[in-house]
Structures are given as C-alpha cells and as structure tokens.
Design a binder for this molecule. Structure first.
Ligand code: ADP
Ligand code: ZN
Length: 303
C-alpha cells in the first residue's frame, strides 16, 4: 500500500497556512493566505486542496485553528469556531466546508493542541506521554497532551487566561486582556509587551527590564502548570520566545517560583531539557495540522 497523503491547514488570526505531506521531510506545496472574511479565506483554501486532490487524492485533512472551538463530536456545532472576538468569524463552520467537499476524515483541534501533536510526532516531545506546548505570541495558549492523548474536556484548555499574582505597587500595568486585564495573556503576550513598554516586543533590547519581568510572570505560570498537570516537558513557542535571553531566564524563574518543592532532576540539573524551544521551527503549525490529519485517518481506520 502506498503512503497516504495528508493535508494540513494552520488556521490563524492573521494567516492560513496550507500544505500537504506526511512528515517534516515530505512537506509539499506550502501556501499562505491572509485571514480576511471566512467566505474568501475558506474559498481560497478549498481551491488549493481541490487542485491537489484532483491529482493525488488526500487520505485525510487536519485543521489546527485559532479558537475558541467546538470540539465535541456530538454537538450540532462541532467543527465551528465559536465565540471569537475576531470580526466576522464568530460561529463559523470550518470542518463542514471541507467534510462536504472531500468526504475524507477531518482532524480538528486548537492551534496549540495541533502544535503539541506535531511536536509529539516529529519534534521535541517524541516518546513522552504527558507534556504541554505553550505559544507566547499575539495571544497566549497552551495545548496539553496527557497520558498519551490531547486534552479537550469541557471545551479545551485556555492556559493563557490563568490569573497571576501581580503587585500593583511594583508593577502598575493593568494588562490588556479584554476579559481579565492582568491574566497571563493580558500581561505577557506580544501586544501586552508593546502596550506596556510603548514599542514592539521585537525592538526591546536584550538588557531591557522588560525581559526580567516577562520571565518572572512566565515562571509563575509554568510553576502553576507543573503543579497542575505534572508535565514531563514544557515546549515554549510563539514569536515572543524569539527574544534571545527569554528562554534561559524562564528556566530560572520557574525554578524560583517552585522554590525547590518539586524534587525531580527535570527541575534541577535537567532544566535545559525540561523547558525547551519547539523542535519543528517555522513549520510547526502546519505540521501540527498534518499530524491531526494522520490521527483522524488512523482513528477512521480503527472505527
Ligand atoms: P501569532 O501568535 O499571531 O501566530 P507569533 O507567534 O509570530 O504570531 O507572535 C507574534 C508576536 O511575537 C508579536 O506580538 C511580535 O511582537 C512578537 N515577536 C516577534 N518576534 C519577536 C522577537 N524577536 N522578540 C520578541 N517578540 C517578538
Ligand atoms: Zn484573559
């Protein structure tokens, strides 16, 4: 039997990235479309896959999307983006558009759960059974892989919106989350850094005090996730993590926040392999979507 071909869609708030393939070394036809209206954007994505599907039929499609999403297979709105504040995109059926067109298994999950699955399959989480993937970018989100499966639960985790202790006397910035103000995303996303310091995050020099404060909050957040889920590794992705000094700082602040409580080498001499950068680099998002396609295809085979 020849290897089945998978399609992947990384559905982001600013762009959609599409590709086909089966692994990082077989990625083909990667294309990007700006996120405009749902009709226009999904139309372009459909055209992209129609052309490919005519020549080489796809076995399954995976969609890793910005959210919130309806991930309950029994729900009448399964496969929809639900209550997003992104103009025009609330209550948009995503899965249905592709399921009706191609009639193949469709994997659908959050962008961060997709990225987590891609890292598990080919990147920095191979061989683990419990880990988290966090993105620190335009927003902050976390994908959780626990006991060998992606976590959905009630809806899906929203790790970016946990509350953090902030001392207003030391840090008067009230945060920018429209729901919570100074939650993790409200304090530490790229736009939060820009609002706090009056310049884009990527222009803040490495010795700027922004990074020590950023690392302190991220360390508190990671300590919370470590205490809650007991991950075997934490992968930190997203544009803000490109700041060169941030990853080593976060390792130290996480250790400080836990204050020696968790007795495991991962939190001590093995910290550099416990809090890590993604293994899949620039293609992590779309490879995550391809990993979702592969999973949906395998589940359909065993159904
Ligand atoms: P998205 O979250 O929209 O998918 P990214 O993960 O690329 O996109 O994150 C974009 C954010 O990352 C922006 O707010 C930008 O200011 C910030 N960013 C990009 N590069 C850097 C950098 N080198 N240092 C710090 N912040 C950065
Ligand atoms: Zn929030």
């Amino acid at each position: 039997m020849s290897t089945p071909l998978f399609g992947g869609i990384e559905a982001g708030g600013t762009k959609f990235v599409c590709a086909v393939g089966t692994s990082p070394t077989t990625l083909l036809h990667e294309s990007r479309f700006p996120t405009t209206t749902p009709a226009e954007t999904l139309g372009r994505v459909l055209d992209f896959f129609r052309t490919i599907h005519c020549e080489t039929p796809l076995a399954a499609l995976g969609i890793a999307s910005f959210g919130p999403l309806d991930l309950h297979p029994d729900s009448p709105t399964y496969g929809f983006i639900t209550s997003t504040p992104k103009p025009g995109w609330a209550h948009t059926d995503i899965v249905g558009v592709f399921a009706r067109e191609f009639g193949i298994p469709i994997g659908f999950d959050t962008d961060v759960n997709g990225a987590a699955l891609g890292e598990y399959r080919w990147g920095a989480a191979q061989g683990l059974d419990t880990f988290i993937y966090l993105t620190i970018g335009t927003g902050i989100g976390g994908g959780a892989f626990v006991n060998g499966r992606l976590v959905h639960g009630l809806l899906h985790p929203e790790m970016g919106h946990i509350r953090l202790p902030r001392d207003p006397a030391r840090d008067p910035f009230e945060g920018i989350c429209p729901y919570h103000g100074d939650c993790l995303e409200g304090l530490c996303s790229g736009p939060a850094l820009a609002a706090r310091w009056g310049q884009k995050a990527e222009t803040l020099p490495p010795d700027h005090p922004a990074w020590a404060l950023q690392a302190e909050y991220l360390g508190q957040a990671l300590a919370t996730f470590i205490c809650t889920l007991s991950p075997q590794r934490i992968i930190l992705g997203g544009g803000v993590m490109n700041a060169p000094t941030l990853l080593p700082l976060v390792r130290t602040t996480t250790q400080k926040a836990l204050d020696g409580y968790i007795q495991h080498p991962a939190l001590h001499e093995e910290i550099e392999t416990f809090i890590v950068a993604p293994g899949l680099g620039n293609h992590a998002g779309v490879l995550g979507a391809i990993a979702l396609a592969e999973l949906a295809w395998k589940e359909a085979l065993h159904a």
